[in-house]
Design a protein around this ligand. Structure first.
Ligand code: NDP
Length: 234
């Protein structure tokens, strides 16, 4: 049966691969991003800044009116604004927390009522191994991604009795535009990965797809690292 899937940050990178995964499963995918661009085959694509709760509420209302209750939310939109903490501006801090943490919360809050009515649902937050590893220059990003774990686990307890699961996928170092900005730091990071290479967007999409599938219905409140072994044991 076709599911109603909302994917934020679906215009490129991991989000686009996740959207494509669900499209290939025959699901109705609603893609949200600031640019509003989306992979071919999406049921709907909306230009939304997830850091604005009003815009998120409006978008989810539009998606539900067109496709019915939301079955799966992938809160994937994310940005980096790197810099050493002592020189980090308020704007750098707020921008990253606003998109990566506030945005994920706004999206989850907006979809939960329709999931509760349907007595089922899957919420998947795109985290990172960065809060477990510690990354110099990414205090804002690591704090936001750490926040997603507390958010997911608290929400998971709030909605578990309605058969709604809430989990975090924590990618390691994945080839996208976000990591392309790193230049030579990229080689240093790759050297730390036990599997010896960066991950692909398909590696993440497959795991997201699993967490949204029936065999994963008893998994909730978990953080699943997909990182080639980078952060194991942390
Ligand atoms: P990209 O920079 O390639 O894509 C980011 C996506 O988020 C784009 O679709 C962008 O679209 C969207 N986006 C950014 N800000 C907003 C906003 N305020 N509102 C709505 N959409 C927004 O990143 P990746 O694909 O690499 O990363 C995706 C997620 O995975 C992020 O949460 C990231 O933190 C996480 N991650 C990535 C890793 C990696 O190695 N690549 C490692 C660990 C985690 P647009 O510009 O059109 O708004």
């Amino acid at each position: 049966m076709s599911r109603h899937v909302i994917v934020t940050g679906a215009s490129r990178g991991i989000g686009a691969a996740v959207a494509q995964f669900f499209i290939s499963e025959g699901d109705a995918v609603v893609a949200l991003s600031r640019s509003g661009s989306a992979p071919q085959g999406c049921a709907m694509s909306l230009a939304v800044d997830v850091a604005s709760s009003e815009s998120v509420n409006e978008a989810v209302k539009t998606a539900v009116a067109a496709n019915g209750p939301v079955d799966v939310l992938i809160a994937n939109a994310g940005i980096t604004r790197d810099g050493l903490a002592m020189r980090m501006s308020d704007e750098q801090w707020r921008a990253v927390l606003g998109t990566n943490l506030d945005g994920a919360f706004y999206c989850a809050r907006a979809v939960i009522p329709s999931m509760i009515r349907a007595r089922s649902g899957r919420i998947i937050f795109m985290g990172s191994v960065s809060p477990f590893y510690g990354v110099p220059g990414q205090a804002n990003y690591a704090a936001a991604k750490a926040g997603l774990v507390g958010l997911a686990r608290s929400l998971a307890r709030e909605v578990a009795s309605r058969s709604i699961t809430v989990n975090v996928v924590a990618p390691g170092f994945i080839e996208t535009e976000m990591t392309a900005e790193l230049g030579s730091t990229s080689d240093e990071m790759t050297a730390l990965i036990p599997m010896g290479h960066m991950g692909s967007v398909a590696d993440i999409a497959g795991v997201v797809g699993f967490l949204a599938s029936n065999p994963a219905s008893y998994i909730t409140g978990q953080v699943l690292a997909v990182d080639g072994g980078l952060a194991m044991g942390l």
